[in-house]
Design a protein around this ligand. Structure first.
Ligand code: NI
Length: 135
């Protein structure tokens, strides 16, 4: 956490890695994370927490496996969406997007249950912005 203001455009320009969130600040025991995404993430579920998404740029899709079946929500820039705890979901973006997530510190990006994690997906609880994992 910092006492300085954080410009999200500047923060996003500080890294290029896809599906590799950076922690921009914390609120109580929650992280505010930003990520650049393109292509598909993997099916996964967070058993103990909801997951908040805000689309900063581009368009994000989130496929959901709900009781009634599977559906996909389309989120243009400026949209927010919450994936409820326990619901399997798979974010994707054909053309690429920048997103902000709000979730408890320590929440792994691939959830508690997930498909095998391919190399293009970073299995992380978030990296420090500007830290050694930036790139
Ligand atoms: Ni998730």
């Amino acid at each position: 956490m910092t006492s300085e203001s954080i410009n999200l455009t500047t923060a996003l320009s500080a890294f290029d890695a896809l599906w590799s969130p950076r922690i921009v600040t914390r609120v109580n025991d929650y992280d505010v994370r930003i990520a650049k995404v393109a292509g598909e993430h993997i099916w996964h579920a967070h058993d103990d927490t909801d997951e908040f998404f805000l689309v900063l740029d581009g368009e994000l899709r989130i496929a959901l496996r709900e009781e009634g079946g599977e559906r996909t929500v389309t989120l243009p820039a400026g949209s927010v969406f919450v994936v409820p705890r326990g619901v399997e979901h798979k974010p994707s973006s054909q053309a690429g997007a920048a997103i902000l997530m709000f979730e408890p510190t320590g929440t792994p990006t691939v959830g508690d249950r997930h498909e095998p994690v391919p190399a293009r997906i970073d299995n992380t609880t978030g990296h420090v912005l500007g830290g050694p994992a930036s790139g």
